[in-house]
Design a protein around this ligand. Structure first.
Ligand code: ADP
Length: 490
């Protein structure tokens, strides 16, 4: 908007019409005082100011406007009829004017000047706005930097108070913070603690996980620099995301050495106990068989029934001890797999037959899918053990439904065969499904109702792992479960 100031109404009117004809918005003031009042209230891009006015002349108005921050930068064009002297023109510029036009006004020249100043002022205002925005942004950034720094300090303080060794890595995987406990295992911030020669290399493992953007979890022995002894630690390194992008990584080493020792002692005890139990049990089994043969009991007699019951219990005990022995073999890396080409369908039929024969209650096992009537390299006894385990569980954990479905899929493209065992039993809660393959894990809700040691699925998963296959489960509580394993065709 433009303000025209002149005490002569006809001048005011003609100038106003001239500018409005070129689409400028115009306001007028008939005196210096009125002009000041308007200029302080409104925003003008330009003021056209007559010099000769009674009471307050144009120069005074310009000087006063220059004293106010709101108006000091508004450009002024002076109009003067008489003061064409150099002296007046100089005074005009000195009092804050941007141009000096003498009357009679040449409308075209005036319009050109007005346009130029108007545009210049518009650009000025736009630039000022941008500058203000920039200043605001810089201020905001500075504030958020301060907040971030205090958050980081707080976070470091928290890491310092942890009982574990804690550290952080930047985006590039370089250590940028360590807590005090770090220095019990490393003498400087850059170097990871020294690991046992038989264990993984931390930097290599970290680099692999960093490239995949995945968390790292590793049991590893690291050397205490004071005692010189290696202690088992659980190393966990987790990515920290900032809007889907990994910002940095937080890592901890938790000392699990005592726990590892206890675990080792327990494994040793289990191994010794199962070996020691196996020998007398084998003798008992042999003597009962001998007794049965010698006594030649009538099959219908109660005594023959007792002998059969003794044999069933011996078989149960034998399975338990064999499972425990398998666990200790797995622990010691001695679970041997003897692969040779075997028809998988035959193995499945045998396992189903065994289950049907050994279960007193009525069990219905349906067979679905493409039959893997092909030779696959596998350990027949071990794969049958996995199937029997899946089927036994399917029956055991379905007290109100005796139907089980075995489905097979042969995927030539993926070069694998998949075996599903589906039941309609009690099911397993979502968050416990992965854990059922862990050693000695039993689902708490059902552990009292059903007998077991929680090692069957652990052994199954180890057997399948050694065949380079995979195991898994999908399940819905009170609807049933599907346990599966896959085996590579070659
Ligand atoms: P066990 O049956 O001797 O406890 P397993 O290792 O075979 O040991 O199974 C581990 C746990 O997984 C079981 O205790 C049970 O809680 C759960 N589980 C296994 N199979 C099933 C199934 N078919 N339905 C529901 N829960 C199951």
């Amino acid at each position: 908007m433009i303000l025209i100031v002149d005490d002569n109404q006809s001048n005011l009117y003609s100038l106003q019409k001239l500018l409005e004809s070129k689409d400028f918005q115009v306001e007028t003031a008939g005196s210096g005082e009125e002009a000041l009042g308007k200029a302080l209230k409104n925003d003008y891009a330009l003021i056209i100011l007559d010099v000769q006015m009674p009471d307050m002349d144009g120069f005074e108005v310009a000087e006063t406007l220059a004293d106010y921050s709101k108006t000091k930068d508004v450009p002024i064009i002076f109009l003067s009829a008489v003061n064409t002297d150099k002296k007046f023109i100089t005074q005009g510029y000195a009092s804050g004017g941007k141009d000096y036009v003498t009357k009679p006004v040449d409308p075209e020249i005036l319009l050109l000047k007005v346009k130029t100043f108007y545009n210049l002022q518009e650009q000025n205002i736009a630039m000022k706005k941008t500058q203000q925005n920039l200043e605001l942004e810089v201020k905001g950034r500075r504030e958020s930097q301060v907040t971030m720094k205090s958050q980081i300090d707080h976070f470091h303080l928290m890491l310092e108070s942890l009982p574990q060794i804690a550290f952080t890595l930047n985006e590039e995987g370089i250590v940028d913070f360590v807590n005090g406990k770090w220095y019990q295992y490393s003498d400087n911030e850059q170097d990871f603690p020294e690991t046992h020669p038989d264990d993984h290399n931390i930097s290599e493992e970290l680099e692999r996980c960093r490239k995949k953007g995945k968390a790292l979890e590793l049991e590893i022995r690291i050397k205490n620099i004071i005692s010189g002894h290696y202690r088992y630690h659980l190393l966990r390194v987790t990515p920290v995301y900032d809007e889907h992008r990994i910002k940095n990584w937080v890592g901890t080493f938790t000392d699990i050495d005592d726990q590892k020792k206890v675990e080792k002692e327990k494994d040793e005890f289990l191994s010794i106990a199962s070996h020691e139990l196996k020998t007398p049990l084998t003798s008992i089994k042999a003597y009962v068989q001998l007794l049965e043969r010698k006594l030649k009991l009538d099959k219908e007699s109660p005594e023959a029934g007792f002998v059969t019951k003794v044999q069933t219990q011996i078989e149960k005990l034998n399975t338990l001890i064999t499972d425990l022995l398998d666990v200790s073999k797995i622990e010691n890396g001695k679970l041997k797999i003897n692969k040779k080409p075997v028809n998988l369908e035959n193995v499945i039929s045998n396992a189903i037959e065994t289950i049907l024969q050994t279960h007193e209650q009525q069990v219905k096992i349906e067979r679905h899918g493409t039959k893997p009537d092909i030779l696959i390299p596998l350990d027949e006894i071990r794969i049958e053990q996995v199937l029997i385990n899946f089927l036994t569980n399917a029956v055991k954990y379905s007290p109100h439904n005796n139907q089980v479905i075995v489905t097979t899929f042969v995927d030539h493209e993926a070069q694998e065969v998949r075996v599903n065992v589906t039941d309609f039993g009690i099911g397993i809660p979502d968050f416990k499904q992965d854990a059922v393959f862990k050693k000695f894990y039993r689902v708490e809700e059902s552990s009292l109702q059903f007998q077991g040691m929680g090692i069957g699925l652990f052994i199954c998963s180890e057997i399948i792992k050694q065949h380079h296959g995979s195991v898994g489960v999908s399940s819905i509580v009170d609807e049933g479960s599907t346990f599966y394993f896959t085996l590579p065709l070659n």
